[in-house]
Design a protein. Sequence first.
Length: 689
Amino acid sequence: MTEMLARGEFLLDAATVGNKFARLESMRLAGFPVPRLFCLPATAFDLAVADLELPPPPTVTDLAEVKEWSLAAAKAVTGLAVPRSVAERALAEFDDVIGVNGLAAVRACVVPAAGQPGEDDVSDPFAGMSESFLYVPREDLLTRILGCWASAYKPEAVLYRLRRGADPAATRIAVGVQRMVLGARSFVAFTRDPRDGAARHVIAAAYGIGEGVVREKADVDHFFVPADTGAVHAEVASKRHKVGPPTVDTRGELALLDVPTELADVPVLRDDMVGRIVELANRIERYFGGPQDIEGAVTEDGELFVVQARPMVLPEATAPARDVLWSNNNVTESYPGVSSTLTYTVAREFYRLIFLDAYRRLGVSERSLRANTHHLERMVGLLNGRVFYRLDAWYALHGQMRAFEFIQGWWEHGMGLAEGSDGPPPRPGRRLRALRLAPGLARRVARHPGEVRAFLRWWDGTAAGAAERIDEAGPAELVRFYRRIWAQVGVRWGVTITNSVYSILATVALDALLRRWAGQRDLSLMLGLLSGGADNRSLAGLRSAIAIAELVGADPVLRERVLRAEEPGAAKALWTDLVAGRYGRAVADAAVEHLRRYGDRAAGDLKLEQPTPRQRPWMLLDMVRPLVSQGRTVRDSRADERGVRRETEQALRLACPGRTRRLVLRGLASALRWCVKAREDTRFCRTEL
């Protein structure tokens, strides 16, 4: 019966539940303050009206006929009964999501049809004019579901679709049932000025619930916040009325209530709340990659919720041609400067494959992955020859992970999206969600070390085999080898991404405990605890270069020649003499061994147009030269690391006297050190790939 009810990952499929509810669930999973919901998808509507016989819809020119047909169709739907299978599931879900004695907001949404975008579509909002019912108790749920279905045939909606060339009889409705926010104040926030598209936030707010703002039944204050200054300009109305919950006198309909005299001339929102709404609206705009029209509410105790977000319809002359947020903050180390089209093409395929595998490993459903295929195809883009991340795709994809809300702040910090590392404020019920997430997460974490070891064994064997035969292989064999490798990448490499997720979770936990137990104000204690331990492959490569620099520094003639050989011709000649043994076998063997083990590492080594030391061995001298001039030694390098660790341990004992707490902190630090080593080891493998 799953197709008769959508919850969790099924809510992410806009083709089933409509854009409105898919967007809400996507935001909720991404950590935005969206109340829980479930949905009756369009298939439930199809089942209910399957035997409903409607006459052919009217022509657009006969308005009287449109109204007559619409009212008859709506009356026919409200006269139906919700199918038993749908009703039973809906009531059971109400009990679970809303609570037996809870109240819900029950809303309709037009689902995309063949050739039509559907309500709240990014490229075309396609007004649905759907019905909404608020403060709905359990006993009224089925009646309100029928009311939502009947709104498919509201006269104004039918007329709109006829003028758009759509068949009103083919309209399909999904119904969302969401926990009701008991808002003391409500607002509609635009991330662009709806009048002219200017870069300023416009917020309309009123006392009571959002229907007062949306339907202009309440007296409304307006707040204007320019993007460049952030200064709040308020236009405060004298407020007499607000919209509130139904009363006995209103017979189930929303009530128009008086605003208390002492609040009549007080701004509905204080400047700090306006700032919170602006910050939230900015995050939602970044998440969806375009200007947004957002509805929300503020409870009596100041808790902020979002109940709807849709793309804005901007004046055509001011609408941005490409309002998508890009970032290269975390990608330039891999793809610095201009990259070739070939490099970009391989990078795009690599991201698609490894994240698809990673999301599967993290428990994301196949249905959700299929719904987000288009995002997997565009995780990176090539802008003016440079590789960038497309952030709306990353947010949409990461939002599928149940753990994302716990790592979002640190992830955004790493992507250059946030100055701090605390992330968004916790949503209500976060601890309970963490407890629910813990068992499955614990099982995956327990399997993780074995999966990393298996990955490294597989790759080391594959890379060694490739090194033995790849240079002698013919074109046909190379093509077969290439396809086999990338087929394996698609089912193995995701472990490198899950390692990053577990790393961030460990970082979040360690940082929080260090702040609470040891008074950490920056990251110095945590970074100190991470020093030491076994060398990862990247660090081993650096120490191999330092060892070569020590051998070079011990020979004054060779040292002087290395320091002067900055031109490619001189470097190439020196390399020939060095490996021929002119300066002794020790340095020659060390250089050859370094090239064998670490010859794929270089600046920009993921760019296929960029040569590596394996292809131009004398590039190794460029790496060794600054180490020679600094007089670096392997012994000093290790001593420095041990010294940092020793000083950190001393500082930790002073800051955190409790032995048990220190054991917990050291245990977390050890786990995080392991994850960091795994990350660097697998990044080295990525270079070899």
